[in-house]
Design a protein around this ligand. Structure first.
Ligand code: ASP
Length: 333
């Protein structure tokens, strides 16, 4: 008797649950139907946006797009410029090393289909953005780390080289005198490149590449190669990318947050501002000594950028012009 009652009750409950969950499903489906996707039909002008002063990288990406190339090719080619630039000490060759003197690189890439590939903590390989693309296109995985990523790169024809330049070695040796590690990024010393592009078909892709924080602990990985952290692209909505203290970006899943805010109707600018707000408005958060900056685009080709402190800038290629633009920022006190 008891058992029967239990079964009765259980089936009533599960029926109820089924009805409830199916109402949830239909409710979600209706919602999805009601939402008008941002239309792309008139957006056939190529556009590129990238963090920091990255003129040549953006020009390179824009050239790919103007010739009718895809957004994914554009962001890869653009990022390779910074990876090869030995004077930039936050990306690729010449990047500042970790505490042990090893340069380790992180990168990720996302295409218009929502595919993603990343490499984390890679030594001896300069063009990690291209390795990330190979992970995305040639493996069943999305992330490869450390030695595995390096061996994979070599198997794909990438050459090993020493990434520590004399300039970066000297900087590290100077740092070692005091060995003071403050997990702080001041306002001037980072230039991770995050890049987003829209091609002539209206498709969006993004890429992000960095040597991470200078003098980080060996093995530390920041936001840049993590999907939703340093980069996120949804071809129906738009894309976002981050630079600055990766730990703070990751704790708020910043780039994913921005794309989701745009999905809910916010402009790229409003979405970037809200994402910065999520960091600085945490109770007791001392944001005075670290920087975070975001860039975003939507499917209409509207753009946004916002940072915690002054001096974040971005390059924007639009209507055949490439300009470095100073971002608006939160801390005006
Ligand atoms: N976001 C990078 C990281 O945390 C650093 C930077 O942008 O400077 O690894």
């Amino acid at each position: 008797m008891k058992r029967r009652n239990f079964i009765k009750k259980a089936s009533a409950t599960s029926l109820g649950f089924a009805a409830f969950s199916s109402s949830l499903v239909s409710c979600d489906a209706n919602l999805a139907k009601k939402k008008e996707p941002i239309t792309t039909s008139k957006i056939l002008k190529p556009l590129v946006i990238a963090t920091w002063k990255t003129d040549l990288a953006v020009t390179t990406a824009a050239e790919v797009l103007e010739k009718g190339g895809s957004a994914i090719d554009a962001v890869e080619q653009g990022c390779r410029i910074e990876e090869a630039n030995e004077n930039g000490q936050s990306v690729g060759k010449g990047g500042l090393p970790d505490r042990d003197g090893d340069v380790t690189l992180d990168a990720c890439i996302m295409n218009e289909k929502g595919d993603y590939g990343a490499v984390l903590g890679v030594k001896n390989i300069k063009h990690v953005i291209s390795v990330a693309r190979k992970v995305m296109e040639d493996t069943p995985h999305v992330m490869l780390v450390g030695e595995g990523a390096e061996s994979f790169a070599v198997s794909k024809g990438f050459e090993r080289e020493n990434l520590l330049t004399e300039k970066s070695k000297k900087a590290w040796e100077n740092w070692k005198i005091k060995s003071e590690y403050k997990p702080i990024i001041n306002i001037e010393n980072h230039d991770t490149i995050g890049m987003l592009a829209i091609d002539k078909n209206g498709d969006i892709s993004g890429a992000c590449t960095t040597s991470g924080l200078a003098y980080k602990m060996a093995g530390r990985v920041g936001d840049s190669p993590i999907i939703g952290g340093g980069l996120f692209v949804d071809n129906e909505i738009g894309g976002a990318s981050a630079t600055g203290l990766g730990e703070e970006v990751l704790k708020t899943v910043g780039s994913f947050l921005i794309v989701e805010l745009m999905r809910q109707g916010k402009s790229p600018q409003q979405a970037c501002e809200e994402a910065i707000g999520r960091i600085v408005n945490k109770p007791g958060k001392d944001f005075k000594n670290f920087q975070v900056g975001y860039i975003a685009i939507n499917k209409r080709g509207e753009t946004g950028a916002y940072s915690i402190h002054e001096w974040f800038s971005y390059n924007l290629y639009k209507d055949k012009e490439n300009k470095n633009i100073k971002s608006d920022y939160f801390n005006k006190a």
